[in-house]
Ligand binder design. Structure first.
Ligand code: 3HC
Length: 692
């Protein structure tokens, strides 16, 4: 064996040279990896004893992409195109042997090999779009030549990781090999290629699949139209599409040049910077300074959930989806039956769209059993309480759980803002109590706020973080405070949105500004969707707010065909003259003085107080780091990924500007806008949140 460099080995196995990369954790294409590959391929190519070359990786995966940490800095060592030329231009067949994931630059390297084999569990994809980028190493030109234009467009704009079996059907993989025999079967495949005298197949020369799309610009236009909603606000999908257009309309080398130009444009732009930041922010959030990776965890093999409503049912599905049995507790049989029926209906809907099979529907439903007895929770490892937001009810439940559950079981509450220390105090085991705040619909939304109370043990935190990953959630550890991180910050935006209406902005003006900023919908459209009557009590309503008046008129949101907006039979929203009159009458009644409110003011009034609240949360230690707040807002509240999150956005608008505006608002409107001392301090020191 020859060590080419610390991350690359070259061995000769019979007459096959094997280049092995070993650069944990994901064999990303760092300078060392590129150098190692470059040298190893040149050496193997020059070795007359080697008749073919296999490229394989040690560790958990094939190359998972370019090394994102190198982006933005100067590139050292061999360039990726140089490495690719050495592979594609080799004078003997090159076989890429794929396990784990071949992603981004990793797949682009594999596409330069003359053949590819993969184990069945492998996945292949070009996920650059999720980093606000496009595949910048020939992927946009080679992929459509292999899989065709439409499939390439869909793979590149979704970033989907295609399973090996499908990749084989698409022609991306030539042969599937045994799961635990990748190395030997890849070598055998290489020998077969040599024995059969197969050609040095270069994807760059294959143009047949492109022919079908030549002279048909409507393919691209239709694709753009069909996905307009999904791509709204993002630059990268459009740039990916343009590269595939170039693949069809330009010769290979020109297409590469177009790809390069557009790649560099995206790379130097603000969207990709925010999206790359988000990638690392999500991973950073998993690291808890005082809960090291080797903290022991509690095995969770059975879960209990109290409350079979929308929330409890959604939470239950998360566990059933990964094979963990769930007992669902309700007080009344009727509610339990309804909850279980809703779960089945949700699974059946997923199956009807092809998401899961009919058999999986049955398997998952069978994992969720119902009970009217809290005693059924005696043997569960984790209980999640998901009942009404009432402290007295929660305390009662936790007192019972303390008596029923086995020692060591985790007792969690799904409260969205109540004091978890107060709940924990009714038990004799506050170390086992934690908040697991799911977001509705709980089977869909990615965010999980994990709320650490004063006495929560490290084992319980580590277990919760690990479990979140298992059920596909993005977990963020936060501290106990009213509304925790997400809802506490939301409160700022909601307050300002309501005030702005009283000052003369219409709900649809505010919604439009926030929608254009990139949120999926504004606060008033959101209220209409959720129902204006959440928390509204008809008997007690005295027309004291615009919401009260609308509810009293039975304008309770989409479900009644009207709320802040009017809705047609397809639930399309229109600004409502009725609501406008209600607002104007209300303003007169309260003696307020309406005025012209600019879009700029709407945005600043809604967003800057959120940034300020984030600063207060950091000051109080309720979030570990600014990027955790951004992860919460992206994954739980629809903050546009290409704007990073409130804290990232604050840094990029400039904290001096945010501070100056908060002071201006404070002077005009009072202490709700009082700047946080942390914001003041950072500005005084010329720093930003990223410096914390
Ligand atoms: N560059 C640098 N570091 C990377 C990386 C990359 N491409 N991919 C993953 N890592 C790091 C992560 O930050 C993490 O580091 P940490 O342990 O210090 O937090 C570690 O590797 C493990 O990553 P995950 O926690 O995400 O591990 P998983 O097993 O859950 O997932 C994965 C593995 C599916 C490979 C996932 O990490 C992933 O999706 N990576 C990004 C893949 C990607 O986007 N590739 C394209 C890069 S851009 C490109 O190639 C441009 C080219 O076209 C020129």
């Amino acid at each position: 064996m020859t060590e080419i460099n610390p991350v690359t080995d070259l061995t000769l196995e019979g007459d096959v040279a094997v280049v092995t990369l070993n650069s944990p954790p994901v064999n990303a294409l760092s300078a060392a990896v590129r150098d190692g590959l470059h040298q190893a391929f040149r050496k193997a190519d020059a070795d007359p004893a080697a008749k073919a070359i296999v490229l394989i990786c040690d560790g958990r995966t094939f190359i998972a992409g370019a090394d994102i940490t190198e982006f933005g800095g100067a590139m050292a060592g061999a360039s990726l195109p140089e490495v690719q030329d050495a592979i594609e231009g080799a004078s003997k067949p090159v076989v890429a042997a794929i396990h784990g994931t071949a992603l981004g630059g990793g797949l682009e390297v594999a596409l330069c090999a003359h053949y590819r084999v993969a184990v069945p569990s492998a996945r292949l994809g070009l996920p650059e779009v999720n980093l606000g980028l496009l595949p910048g190493a020939g992927g946009t030109q080679r992929l459509p030549r292999v899989v065709g234009v439409e499939t390439a467009l869909s793979m590149m704009t979704s970033g989907r990781h295609v399973p090996a079996k499908e990749a084989k059907e698409l022609g991306l993989v030539d042969e599937l090999v045994s799961e635990d025999k990748l190395r030997e079967e890849a070598i055998a495949f290489a020998k077969k290629v040599v024995a059969e005298g197969r050609p040095l197949r270069k994807i760059r020369d294959q143009n047949e699949k492109l022919e079908a799309a030549k002279g048909k610009p409507e393919i691209f236009e239709n694709f753009r139209k069909a996905n307009a909603r999904k791509f709204r606000g993002f630059l990268a999908p459009e740039y990916n599409i343009r590269c595939v257009e170039a693949a069809v309309n330009q010769p290979f080398e020109e297409g590469l040049a177009t790809e390069r130009k557009l790649f560099l444009e995206l790379m130097s732009g603000p969207q990709s910077a925010a999206q790359r930041y988000s990638f690392f922010a999500e991973r950073q959030a998993q690291k808890i300074p005082d809960v090291p990776d080797d903290t022991p965890t509690i095995p969770v093999n059975k879960v209990g959930i109290i409350g079979a409503g929308t929330m409890g049912g959604g939470i239950a599905m998360n566990f059933a989806n990964v094979g963990i049995p769930v007992v669902l507790i309700e007080v009344k049989q009727e509610a339990l039956d309804r909850g279980l029926a809703t779960i089945r209906k949700n699974y059946e809907r997923t199956a009807s769209r092809g998401g899961i099979t009919a058999q999986q529907v049955e398997e998952r439903c069978a994992l969720i059993t119902g009970s009217l007895e809290m005693e059924s929770l005696a043997d569960v490892d984790l209980v999640i309480e998901a009942v009404f937001e009432r402290m007295d009810i929660k305390k009662d439940i936790f007192t019972k759980l303390d008596a029923i559950c086995k020692p060591g079981a985790i007792l969690a509450t799904n409260t969205s803002g109540l004091d978890i220390d107060e709940i924990a105090a009714v038990t004799k085991r506050p170390e086992s109590v934690i908040g697991l705040h799911f977001f509705s619909p709980a089977n869909v939304m990615r965010l999980l706020e994990i709320v650490r109370a004063d006495h929560t043990s490290k084992e319980v935190i580590a277990t919760s973080m690990k479990l979140a990953k298992k059920i596909g959630k993005v977990a963020v550890l936060v501290g106990v405070c009213p509304g925790f991180v997400g809802n506490r910050i939301l409160g700022q935006r909601q307050r300002e949105a309501q005030k702005l209406v009283m000052e003369g902005a219409m709900p649809w003006d505010i919604d439009r500004v926030l929608y254009d900023f990139g949120f999926p919908m504004g606060p008033f459209a959101m209220s209409d969707l959720a129902g204006l009557d959440i928390g509204w009590v008809k008997e007690k309503s005295k027309g004291e707010s615009i919401r009260d008046v609308l509810c009293e008129m039975d304008r309770r949101g989409q479900k009644t065909g009207a709320g802040y907006y009017d809705y047609d039979e397809n639930r399309n929203a229109k600004p409502s003259p009725v609501t406008e009159k209600v607002i104007k009458d209300f303003i007169v009644k309260t003696g307020a003085n309406p005025r012209e409110v600019s879009d700029e003011e709407i945005l600043e009034r809604c967003i800057y107080p959120m940034i300020n609240e984030g600063a207060k949360i950091l000051e109080e230690g309720k979030a570990i780091r600014p990027s955790d707040i951004d992860v919460v807002w992206q994954n739980g509240y629809g903050w546009p990924v290409y704007r990073g999150g409130p804290m990232w956005y604050g840094d990029h608008v400039g904290l001096p500007k945010v501070l100056a505006k908060m002071k201006e608002f404070q002077a005009k409107m009072g202490d709700q806008f009082k700047p946080s001392p942390l914001l003041e301090k950072l500005v005084a020191e010329g720093k930003s949140f990223k410096d914390l």
